[in-house]
Write a protein that binds this ligand. Structure first.
Ligand code: CAA
Ligand code: NAD
Length: 295
């Protein structure tokens, strides 16, 4: 089956990036959000990212305009249901994702592939209640989607060979590098990355060094493009907490357990960059480390 049209549900950090790369790769793309205001914000995020690309000489003004011309945004689920593949990037919550697939299954033709961008949920848990378990696959993109080359293609025990083939070919047409991952919570990358980021929070809790010095240490001492606390702010502390809870429930290993400081910051609305404050305060330029543990 050849994919021509792409539906994306959820236009936050990830969904807007996925919609951008799909439209940039030539697919007619429809992005659905919960409300008209959220749909406009999602489109504005794509416009901003493309404009930065133009400023940096990576995207031509013609490519920007053509990409935006192929992208429609709205709130109508029935428009999404007519796409050849639907990729969900809604909150990391099994109940929300399952309800979405059940709604879409009633509207979409039986051939439509359902792909989840989940970070930590098991694809089989969604597949079994989707009404089309052979056509459900994981497509795990990385943040920021337009710049990150990898997509994990996750095959559930119910996924057909044909679905995996079509999804893998689709990833290549997006210009991304696919890797095949088993349907185990966190797949390849988050299985290694989440304990690392949680350990960085534990290092803050234990007073190992300041937030800024932990980040500088991992950037300059280990060659990471961003320090772990900057990366947490980038991923979203709310999303990281959900991922850690899911992985801890799945494996019962303490390395996945959310540290108390993470929970407290999320309770306080400190979600990172998206809320303006997390380990850093983004209301000032350059962002300043947030004082967290002064007794
Ligand atoms: N459009 C097109 N190109 C762009 C662009 C845009 N909007 N913005 C930047 N670029 C280009 C730049 O021109 C530059 O290109 P060259 O290398 O050819 O010069 C390149 O992209 C890098 O851009 P910058 O120099 O501006 O930025 P940077 O070097 O600081 O890199 C980064 C930015 C890629 C985000 C880098 O900091 C990085 O890799 N950070 C780590 C990100 C990461 O680990 N993500 C994974 C998170 S975990 C996850 O996603 C999974 C999950 O389930 C939670
Ligand atoms: P986000 O909070 O930025 O965006 C989620 C969006 O989904 C919100 O804008 C919300 O309004 C929308 N939404 C919720 N329910 C919806 C529904 N029923 N219909 C339409 N829209 C709905 O979150 P995010 O960081 O983009 O994460 C989305 C998914 O991608 C999660 O499963 C997450 O685990 C995964 N993911 C996140 C990252 C990351 O670095 N943040 C990386 C890879 C994968």
């Amino acid at each position: 089956m050849a994919i021509e049209t792409v539906g994306v549900v959820g236009g936050g950090l990830m969904g807007s990036g996925i919609a951008q790369v799909a439209a940039a790769a030539g697919f007619r793309t429809r992005l659905r959000e919960m409300t008209p205001a959220l749909a406009s914000q999602a489109r504005a995020r794509v416009v901003r990212s493309l404009s930065i690309g133009v400023d940096k000489g990576k995207v031509t003004p013609e490519q920007r305009d053509a990409t935006l011309g192929r992208l429609s945004t709205g709130t109508d689920v029935s428009e999404i249901a007519t796409c050849d593949i639907v990729i969900e990037a809604v909150v990391e919550d099994l109940a929300v994702k399952t309800a979405l697939w059940q709604e879409l299954d009633r509207l979409a033709p039986p051939d439509t592939i359902f792909a989840s961008n989940t970070s930590s949920l098991t694809i089989a848990d969604m597949a079994v209640s989707s009404g089309r378990p052979d056509r459900v696959v994981g497509l795990h993109f990385f943040n920021p989607v337009p710049l990150m080359a990898l997509v994990e293609v996750v095959r559930a025990i119910t996924t057909s060979d044909a679905t995996v083939r079509t999804a893998t070919e689709f990833v290549r047409r997006l210009g991304k590098q696919p890797i095949a991952a088993r349907d185990t919570s966190g797949f390849v990358v988050n299985r290694l990355l989440i304990p690392y980021m949680l350990d960085a929070i534990r290092a803050v809790e234990h007073g190992v060094a300041s937030v800024a010095d932990i980040d500088t240490g991992m950037r300059l001492g280990a060659g990471h493009p961003m320090g772990p606390l900057t990366l947490l702010d980038f991923v979203g502390l709310d999303t990281t907490l959900r991922i850690a809870e899911i992985m801890y429930t799945e494996f019962r290993e303490t390395r996945f357990a959310p540290p108390p400081l993470l929970r407290q910051m999320v309770t306080a609305g400190m979600f990172g960059r998206k809320s303006g404050r997390g380990f850093y305060d983004y209301s000032v330029e350059p962002p300043r480390a947030t004082p967290l543990l002064t007794a």
